[in-house]
Design a protein around this ligand. Structure first.
Ligand code: SF4
Length: 375
């Protein structure tokens, strides 16, 4: 008898989504890996210090969905970290005071305060829910298109009215009151959950199925705690951790700048945006320059898997090889290049990319890809 298949023709999954989170860790070769999904990229200085402290001397990692990863944890260390984060509080905490994290990624345009309230409302409504797959990606875009390009499962573009995109495609659904963007995003998420079966992404069931469920529901009630959107202009500084690695020293300076008034936002393109208010120091760039790329950089078009020694499957020390290639001008061009230690090509980003793959013979081969590869 043939195996049962989903509506997109793919086989029914026998296993639940296993994305790591604050409490559900991935058991990696170098210890437990915990992932923390910030709300629209927001991270408080106290949270950053806790993450950096738990990572000890190792760098923190930024993921392609704007999440933080801490590697090499013991089970107790990971539990202690999550418990400590739950005590931090604030408007958009990684974990709330009940220890609940956000089950999926909620990303938002990092430079715009206008996205803060809808991102908080969406994350707040989803926080702690076990029925939301970790692979789901929700985006709140301020109209600049910066996070719209990620092809999120559910994206809302702020405007009058705000518009809904599903799986990277615009729809006719809109929301036109102050609570509209968050209400619209949540309605779409709920519609997806109603029809998803065992699917993890909207594309697996099709946007039409989600739209049908959305229309069938009564237009969603206004959020009880809808917040007034603000659009105050801020000066922003965007800095790049090489390969998404935030060293302890970089984390310290970022946290200090946060204490001094900068609002910190991590992005799905593995950078950190500092929204600088009047009270923020004007020497932020100089203080960060020893630790992060603060101007044009070859590293901007490069990414890599962890490679050896942290991954036992790797044929080589990918990151060390890449650093040497950058230093000698042999890496870092216009086309994004993703260096990997084996054919699994973990973390290959969406869109056109040159995958530079380590081989058993110790050499690399390059494969240019035009679409998404899952690893
Ligand atoms: S691509 Fe290969 S070497 Fe790199 S992290 Fe994945 S399994 Fe390990």
């Amino acid at each position: 008898m043939p195996a049962p298949r989903r509506r997109d023709g793919a086989p029914v999954r026998a296993r639940p989504d296993a994305c790591p989170g604050a409490w559900r860790r991935h058991d990696a070769a170098d210890g437990a890996l915990a992932r923390f999904r910030p709300v629209g990229g927001a991270i408080a200085p106290a949270e950053l210090r806790l993450l950096a402290g738990a990572a000890d001397a190792a760098p923190l990692e930024l993921t392609s969905r704007g999440s933080w990863q801490v590697r090499g944890l013991s089970v107790k260390g990971a539990d202690d970290l999550a418990a400590a984060l739950a005590t931090v509080g604030g408007p958009a905490p990684l974990l709330d005071d009940q220890g609940r994290d956000v089950p999926c990624s909620v990303v938002a345009s990092p430079r715009s305060p206008a996205v803060d309230a809808p991102a908080r409302a969406v994350a707040g409504a989803l926080r702690g829910r076990a029925d939301v797959p970790g692979r789901l990606l929700v985006a709140i875009d301020d109209g600049s298109g910066d996070v719209l390009g990620l092809g999120a499962d559910v994206a809302v573009v702020l405007g009058s009215p705000s518009t809904l995109w599903l799986a990277g495609t615009p729809t006719e659904a809109t929301g036109d009151d102050p609570a509209g963007p968050a209400t619209l995003a949540l309605a779409a998420v709920e519609a997806f959950l109603a029809v998803r079966g065992d699917a993890w992404r909207v594309a697996e069931v099709g946007s039409d199925a989600v739209l049908g469920a959305l229309r069938a529901r009564e237009q969603e009630r206004a959020l009880e705690h809808a917040e007034v959107l603000t659009s105050a202009e801020r000066t922003c500084l965007e800095v790049l951790p090489r390969l998404g690695e935030v060293t302890p020293a970089a984390a310290r300076v970022l946290a200090d700048l946060g204490d001094e008034g900068a609002e910190l936002r991590v992005t799905p393109w593995r950078t950190v945006v500092l929204r600088l208010r009047d009270t923020a120091p004007d020497d932020a760039r100089e203080r960060l320059a020893p630790h992060l790329e603060t101007g044009p950089s070859r590293w901007a078009s490069l990414s890599a898997c962890v490679g050896a020694p942290r991954c036992a499957k790797s044929h080589t020390d990918v990151r060390g090889d890449l650093a040497r290639a950058v230093a000698t001008g042999r890496a870092g061009g216009l086309l994004h290049a993703h260096w990997v230690g084996c054919a699994r090509a973990c973390g290959t980003p969406a869109g056109p990319v040159a995958v530079v793959e380590g081989t058993p013979g110790g050499t690399y081969r390059t494969i240019v890809r035009t679409g998404r590869v899952s690893g």
